[in-house]
Ligand binder design. Structure first.
Ligand SMILES: Nc1nc2c(ncn2[C@@H]2O[C@H](COP(=O)(O)OP(=O)(O)OP(=O)(O)O)[C@@H](O)[C@H]2O)c(=O)[nH]1
Ligand SMILES: [Mg+2]
Ligand SMILES: [Zn+2]
Length: 328
C-alpha cells in the first residue's frame, strides 16, 4: 500500500513544513481508535501509538480520531502533530453533553436508507443537510431493494429531494449491485457510512471490502480478547480503491460548523426566498413572503418548509456554542 492509497494528497501534504522533515516526522493515518491506543499506518507498516495524555486533556474534538493524518516519529512519540482536518463528522454524546468526532477527513457520506418504512422525506433531507453543512459530498444508498418489489416507488419519492445528488438502489449482500458505489471510491476517497440501525451499513461495508477484512477480524479474535470493544471504528481498504468507515449503532449525528444557508439541500426554497419582501424573512408572519405563497398555491410542500426551518435553526450561528444535533 502507498500513502496515496491511504488517502494522502496535496491537501494534507501542504501542511508539512521543512522543519517536520528535518525532525523525521512522517505522515501516518489513524486507521483505528481504541481506548488507550491509536493504530496508525504509514502506507507500509502499522504502528500502535499510546493515546497521548496531552491530547486527552484538550477538548475532545482535538483528539486524534479515525481518519486523521498525523506527523509522527518513533524516536519521539510525544512530538506527534495532528494535521488540520479537511472535514469532521461528529456524534453527540448526550450524557456528557459534548460532541465526539467520530471520523475526520471524510470525503463522502454514504447515506443508507432501506427501501421500507425506514424511508421518510424529512430524514433524507436532514442527512443531506448534515453532509452539506460538514462540506462533504453525499450519495444516497437505497438498501434492501431485493426485499421490496416496489422499491422504485421509494426511489421516486426521494428523487425530487435530491437535485444534483445521486442515489443507487442496492442489495447489500450482492456485490453485483454495488458497482456504482465502488466507483465512487476509486479516486482514493474516504467514505463514512451512516444510516439507521439495521439498514445494512455493515453488510455493505463487508461486501465492498471483501474477504480480506473478515479474515483479519477472525485472526484478531484468536489473539485478542474483547474484540468488540476494541475495534468499533476502523478505516478499511476497498480492494479496488478507497477507504470506508462503518460506525456501529450510530443514532445522533451532530453537525460541525454552522451553515447560514443550504443551497444544495434546499435550492427550491432558497431560490424562492430571494423574492421575499424581507431579506432575512423567516417565512413565518412576514408580509409578501414568496415561500409561504408557494405553499399556499401548492407549489411547495408544507412538510418540506417545516423541516427546512427546523434544520436551519439547528445550524444557525445562534446555536454555535453548542454541538448541533440533527436527529436522523
Ligand atoms: N435481503 C437483504 N438483507 C440485508 C440487506 N442489507 C442488510 N441486510 C440484512 O439486514 C440485517 C442488518 O444489517 P446490518 O448490516 O447489520 O445493519 P447496520 O446498518 O450495520 O446496523 P447497525 O450496525 O445496528 O447500525 C442483516 O441481517 C443483513 O443481512 C439487503 O440489501 N438485502
Ligand atoms: Mg453495523
Ligand atoms: Zn419568506
Amino acid at each position: 500500500m502507498t500513502l496515496q492509497a491511504l488517502g494522502w494528497s496535496f491537501r494534507f501534504a501542504r501542511h508539512v513544513k521543512e522543519d517536520d522533515e528535518e525532525f523525521q516526522l512522517i505522515p501516518v493515518r489513524v486507521i483505528a481508535q481504541h481506548r488507550h491506543k491509536l493504530v496508525v499506518h504509514d502506507g507500509t507498516n502499522e504502528f500502535e501509538l499510546p493515546a497521548l495524555g496531552k491530547w486527552f486533556r484538550e477538548r475532545q474534538s482535538t483528539q486524534p480520531t479515525v481518519g486523521d493524518w498525523l506527523l509522527f516519529t518513533q524516536q519521539d512519540v510525544s512530538s506527534t502533530l495532528i494535521l488540520p482536518r479537511e472535514s469532521e463528522i461528529q456524534r453527540l454524546v448526550k450524557t456528557r453533553r459534548t460532541a465526539q468526532v467520530i471520523a475526520a477527513n471524510v470525503d463522502l457520506l454514504l447515506v443508507v436508507i432501506a427501501c421500507n418504512d425506514d424511508f421518510s422525506e424529512s430524514k433524507l433531507e436532514r442527512y443531506l443537510a448534515l453532509a452539506e453543512a460538514a462540506g462533504v459530498e453525499a450519495h444516497v444508498v437505497f438498501s434492501k431493494m431485493d426485499l421490496n418489489p416496489d422499491y422504485t416507488r421509494i426511489v421516486e419519492r426521494a428523487k425530487p429531494l435530491l437535485f444534483d445528488i445521486d442515489c443507487t438502489a442496492v442489495n447489500c449482500l450482492d456485490v453485483a449491485t454495488l458497482g456504482t458505489i465502488r466507483e465512487l471510491f476509486t479516486t482514493q476517497k474516504t467514505g463514512l457510512v451512516v444510516g439507521s440501525s439495521g439498514v445494512g451499513k455493515s453488510t455493505m461495508t463487508n461486501t465492498l471490502v471483501g474477504e480480506s477484512v473478515q479474515k483479519t477480524q477472525q485472526t484478531r479474535s484468536k489473539d485478542e480478547k474483547g474484540r468488540h470493544t476494541t475495534s468499533a471504528r476502523r478505516l478499511m481498504q476497498i480492494p479496488t480503491g478507497g477507504l470506508i468507515i462503518d460506525v456501529p449503532g450510530i443514532r445522533e449525528l451532530a453537525l460541525t460548523g454552522v451553515a447560514e444557508s443550504l443551497p444544495r439541500t434546499f435550492p427550491d426554497i432558497e431560490t424562492l426566498a430571494i423574492e421575499c419582501a424581507y431579506r432575512d424573512c423567516a417565512h413565518e408572519q412576514e408580509p409578501n413572503c414568496r415561500v409561504r405563497t408557494a405553499v399556499q398555491e401548492g407549489d411547495l410542500d408544507a412538510r418540506r418548509l417545516t423541516n427546512y426551518k427546523r434544520v436551519r435553526i439547528q445550524l444557525s450561528p445562534a446555536f454555535s456554542h453548542a454541538p448541533k444535533e440533527i436527529e436522523v
